[in-house]
Design a binder for this molecule. Structure first.
Ligand code: COI
Length: 356
């Protein structure tokens, strides 16, 4: 276990957002952040909660050149009784270590990260909004900090956690999103970085995202990087289909992010009596099922996106409207169950919640 976490209080505190219906996503940051540093001699050390401020990095800082950067996303939820809770937080730090391992970043002790997060939240708890569907988004990240422009893994790193009060990720909340199935660019390939939560995957997605936007779609659905044939994920969320009444989602194959919301929804759905399938799904199968009336619903799952209905899919010029462009009953039910547990309105029947 690390030594004590130092606390350096901010000199001035910011005004908290007045209107919680206008938080949007990821634009407002709290007064403090958690940091710790890594070097070869000391391992992870120098843990602090300190004022949120601009970082000072040399222009030669390795992360700026070769992208050794990983991150996570989780949320702190305010219950109706005013108390706060987290949803499966250790799973995020464990996944972060999986990403670290892939990017040749030194792993950390999950309990050190938990201690840092809990101390930060204790100090910043008043920033957690209380209006329905809002939360305090938690963004842990690690960057390589050596001032060096040769290509190798850095010897020094910064681990940081910042907090942001948020509303819905998509501007129009739970309204169904239109998704463009990308048939030219790919997000990840087998043996690459797809399973890691690393900056490069998001950089790789931007171009296709812009094209999708120009065509009136909110997000991109990625196909596999070899044959452009099998459905992978959306980038900000995993994808699920209600097909012949079953919940069907792409199996984790190394190029898909192992979503914590994804695995939670699969468990909830199975517990609700749905048949659940994790397997390879060809985009042609999805289109055929839609044409034959066997595709009832599609939805995305993610921490930021929660459970997000898909109202339309566009592939190869074909447009598929799902559930009449509205949220379908299965999506609504799983949304209600998951958010019920996350915000403490429903019993935590799987032991997922950590009350603060
Ligand atoms: C999340 O769901 O927390 C994510 O990290 C997705 C996105 C905001 C990049």
């Amino acid at each position: 276990m690390m030594q004590e976490i130092q606390f350096v209080r901010a000199q001035t505190l910011k005004a908290k957002p007045q209107d919680e219906s206008k938080l949007g996503f990821g634009r407002i940051f709290t007064d403090h952040m958690f940091t710790m540093r890594y070097d070869r001699e000391n391992g992870w050390h120098d843990a602090k909660v300190e004022p949120y401020r601009a970082l000072s990095l040399e222009p030669s800082c390795m992360v700026l050149h070769y992208g050794q950067a990983i991150f996570e996303g989780l949320k702190c939820y305010r219950r109706e009784d005013g108390g706060l809770q987290l949803f499966r937080p250790r799973d995020n730090f464990e996944r972060m270590n999986t990403s670290a391992e892939r990017l040749s970043i030194p792993t950390f002790d999950v309990e050190d990260a938990m201690a840092g997060l809990l101390k930060l939240l204790e100090i910043e708890k008043d920033w957690a909004p209380s209006q329905r569907d809002t939360s305090l988004y938690i963004r842990p990240f690690i960057i390589a900090t050596d001032p060096f422009v040769g290509v190798r893994a850095s010897n020094t790193y910064l681990f940081c956690i910042i907090l942001s009060p948020v509303g819905a990720y998509y501007a129009n909340g739970l309204a169904p999103v239109g998704i463009y199935v990308e048939d030219q660019y790919v997000r990840a390939v087998r043996g690459g970085l797809g399973f890691a939560k690393t900056a490069a995957n998001y950089a790789a997605s931007l171009k296709a995202g812009e094209i999708a936007h120009q065509n009136g779609y909110a997000q991109v659905l990625w196909l596999d990087g070899v044959e452009l044939k099998y459905v992978e994920e959306v980038g900000s969320m995993n994808i699920m289909f209600v097909l012949d009444g079953k919940i069907v989602t792409p199996a984790l194959n190394g190029s898909i992010l192992s979503g914590i919301t994804r695995k939670s929804i699969l468990q909830l759905a199975a517990d609700d009596g749905f048949e659940v399938e994790e397997r390879r799904i060809a985009i042609e199968e999805v289109v055929r099922a839609a044409e034959e009336g066997r595709l009832q619903e599609a939805f995305g799952t993610g921490t930021a996106a929660v459970v997000s209905p898909v109202g339309e899919l566009c592939w190869n010029g074909k447009k598929i409207i799902l559930s009449g462009g509205k949220i379908g009953p299965v999506t609504q039910r799983l949304y209600d169950e998951l958010t019920g547990i996350q915000w403490g309105r429903e019993e935590d029947r799987f032991g997922w919640v950590l009350k603060l």
